[in-house]
Design a protein around this ligand. Structure first.
Ligand code: NDP
Length: 405
């Protein structure tokens, strides 16, 4: 198999995914890294060449592209003629890149669903609207091939295929037991992070959304290899597709851990107005408080070398098999420092970059190729589950888990 792909974006997730593609040079013989700033792509390419992952066999090139510009994307893709485009820039660019893939006739893979810039709301409806066009073009668009969304959907399809006749309840649990040593810092872009955690929560129950105030539902869960952590119910994008794709599901919830120090700082910053997105006048010029806050907070990209501890992300299921009610917990534990040593990023980027590479491999090798637009749980989970263990995200299936209240 000799395939080439374009990776769009050169941030944390793209760095981890590109390293994994190079390790997997039997599939990815050539990659192009294309992003807004070519210098960032070149720096990443230099690092990949210096480490010589997979014996340095993957040919790496770089390019500058504005992924908001469909014409520029078509020119880039048509010139390089890849087998697929792996979109690891920002959710704002999903639709422009899908358009360009259709025009250039190549497959599309991403890790986050489209979000309009002017509205803090993510939904699949914009991308699902492309189903017919991808089907007619004979192309595959694979949506949400990160960890959550991504691996959580594959875990669900695997549980349904091998452990249950029907799944009734699903709790997705995302724990970051990492410590970067700062009293307050965000693991990714502070503006997006703060917007996400201060948004109202919601979960799916008996065929409808139940809405809650932000951080209103708290549980303590004893995570394997991390220990007990406070976790809070959030809305998360995979709830929308899993509610459709797991037949008979009665409830799906998503919980993420937050430390007390993080939440206390956040509350205080909110109370004094520092998280506001409304511009204010300061010494004769307009500033946006949250953007000023971002400038004084630690840069998320710099957290890699100093973050210690582990992540644990997984799914707790309840359902029936042969008339018997049963539980199952499938999860992965990932160590921040090990990720940093291997690919130069912390575990948040690693746990997204590995499934992004695997998703691209599934499409390119034809294991997951069907004309249309699909979420990961719509394909056979077995080859993906096998690849997770091979490429750095081994998982555990525990049939006797602690349940969430
Ligand atoms: P970063 O901010 O580190 O990287 C984003 C990259 O995209 C940067 O290189 C940035 O360039 C580039 N970019 C931004 N706008 C454009 C544009 N218009 N044209 C070309 N390039 C552009 O983000 P991450 O690597 O942390 O995240 C990447 C994606 O992964 C996001 O969509 C995020 O939502 C998703 N994600 C998914 C997860 C999952 O589990 N499913 C978990 C974590 C992230 P520049 O450096 O110049 O700004």
């Amino acid at each position: 198999m000799m395939a080439k792909i374009i990776i769009i974006g050169a941030g944390g997730v793209a760095s981890a995914a590109a390293a994994k593609c190079c390790q997997n040079s039997e599939v990815f013989s050539e990659i192009m890294i294309a992003s807004r700033a070519k210098a960032k792509c070149d720096a990443l390419a230099d690092r990949l060449r210096a480490v010589a992952y997979g014996g340095g066999k993957t040919r790496i090139t770089t390019a500058e592209v504005n992924a908001d510009d469909v014409t520029a994307l078509i020119t880039l893709i048509s010139g390089y003629r890849p087998d697929a485009v792996l979109h690891l820039a920002l959710p704002y660019q999903d639709l422009t890149i899908m358009e360009a893939c259709l025009a250039a006739g190549v497959h599309y893979i991403d890790t986050a669903n489209y979000e309009p810039r002017d509205e803090a709301r993510f939904e699949y409806k914009w991308q699902w609207a492309y189903r017919e066009r991808f089907a007619d073009a004979g192309l595959t668009a694979l949506l949400g091939s990160g960890f959550d969304p991504g691996v959580t959907g594959v875990f669900s399809a695997y549980a349904l295929k091998h452990y249950f006749d029907e799944i009734y309840y699903l709790d997705i649990l995302d724990a970051n037991g990492g410590d970067h040593g700062y009293p307050f810092a965000t693991n990714f872009n502070p503006e997006i992070n703060i917007r996400e955690v201060s948004a109202p929560g919601s979960y799916w129950e008996n065929g409808a959304w139940v809405h809650t105030p932000p951080m209103a539902i708290k549980r303590v869960y004893d995570f394997p290899r991390i220990g007990p952590k406070d976790m809070y119910l959030l809305h998360h994008e995979e709830l929308e597709s899993l509610a459709l794709n797991i037949p008979g599901i009665r409830r799906i919830r998503f919980f993420m851990t937050f430390g007390e120090s993080y939440l206390t700082h956040l509350k205080c910053l909110e109370n004094v107005g520092m998280t506001s997105i409304k511009p204010i006048m300061y010494e004769g010029r307009e500033i946006v408080p949250i953007q000023f806050l971002k400038a004084v907070l630690p840069d998320p990209a710099g957290l890699g070398p100093r973050t210690v501890g582990k992540t644990n992300i997984g799914c707790v299921f309840t359902g029936v098999r042969n008339g018997q009610l049963k539980n199952l917990y499938i999860y992965n534990v990932c160590d921040h420092q090990e990720c940093f040593r291997e690919v130069g990023t912390q575990a948040i980027s690693y746990t997204t970059g590995v499934p992004a590479m695997i998703g691209a491999m599934m499409v390119i090798t034809g294991k997951w190729r069907r004309p249309g637009v699909f979420n990961v749980e719509e394909f056979d989970p077995d080859p993906f589950m096998g690849a997770l263990s091979v490429w750095g995200l081994p998982w555990v299936a525990d049939e006797n888990p602690v349940m969430v209240e």
